[in-house]
Design a protein around this ligand. Sequence first.
Ligand SMILES: NC(=O)c1ccc[n+]([C@@H]2O[C@H](COP(=O)([O-])OP(=O)(O)OC[C@H]3O[C@@H](n4cnc5c(N)ncnc54)[C@H](OP(=O)(O)O)[C@@H]3O)[C@@H](O)[C@H]2O)c1
Length: 321
Amino acid sequence: MQLRLPEMGCGTWAWGNRLLWDYQVEMDDALKAVFDFCVSQGITLFDTGDSYGTGKLSGQSEKLLGQFNAAYEGDYKEQICLATKLAPYPWRLTQGSMVSAGRSSAQRLGQLDLVQMHWTTANYFPWQEGPLLDGLAELCDLGIAKGVGLSNYGPKRLRWAHKRLVALGIKVQTLQVQYSLLSTYPVDELNLKVVCDELDIRLIAYSPLALGLLTGKYTDKSDLPGGLRKLALGQILPGVTPLLSCLKAVAEGRNKTMAQVALNWCICKGTIPIPGAKNLQQAKQNAGALGWSLNEGEIAELEAAAAACDKKMVQNIFQSR
Ligand SMILES: NC(=O)c1ccc[n+]([C@@H]2O[C@H](COP(=O)([O-])OP(=O)(O)OC[C@H]3O[C@@H](n4cnc5c(N)ncnc54)[C@H](OP(=O)(O)O)[C@@H]3O)[C@@H](O)[C@H]2O)c1
């Protein structure tokens, strides 16, 4: 079966985390507005994970997405694609454990279009993964999921997983990796896009705004919010100033925002970016990345500016070769 994927999607990693805050109801309303707006614009791929939301909010990101989907009644409803990622936790060791995790996610979401392996265990326990991939295949065979995707795989491990799934009659539909002007390692150094094209796998770009850095809202370490972002972005600011200046210039020349240029670059590179919008204003801005294209000169300028930066985004520790 061929999943219908739009040019751009919407990430929901933030949902799980935001839900840890007290103002949950207010946030849920804001996120529902993001969902409704995105679908109405044909942005119909939503990515979440069964590990998004912890403690008593475990699975909450999937639950919310399911509720928003059930309540939506506007245009493009038929094209909505709900994607989740199942984590290969150390206690998930068997095919059955993955099937049971997928069943629970499908229940929370109400419909499961794409079930993805959240990361490969290649870097630390390679033997764990085979049965878990078989579990993803079984989820499709049982009709619980419509398609299978992978995440954080490099070309070598991708070929291995692809072969195993093809032997079970399952096509790998998508692969998501961290990809942005500040995270080109999997695609450029590992040649991942070429391998995906060869295997007919759509490449999804996660963290396409480098956690918000490429929107231009953080120029100095003192601008950064606390937590994970302070840790991840604090290490690379101000080392990315050449790129931020170039993004700003290209954006001004185009009458676009820096976020729109950063996302359009991902689309021009043949990927589907899934920016995490937290509110309607961000979602509206990100939707403005669609319907136009950077030219070759602008792309070259942006890539030269990225190459001139002495810092890049830190790679996901699970990203394999
Ligand atoms: N497969 C994996 O291992 C993996 C890992 C990470 C993420 N993902 C997926 O990728 C999705 C997106 O990645 P991400 O959330 O890590 O990074 P991202 O999309 O690069 O950045 C998201 C952040 O950017 C800010 N933002 C978004 N649009 C904006 C706009 N127009 N103007 C200003 N700020 C804007 C928001 O910041 P504020 O919070 O400040 O509003 C948001 O939290 C996730 O939701 C998840 O679905 C997958």
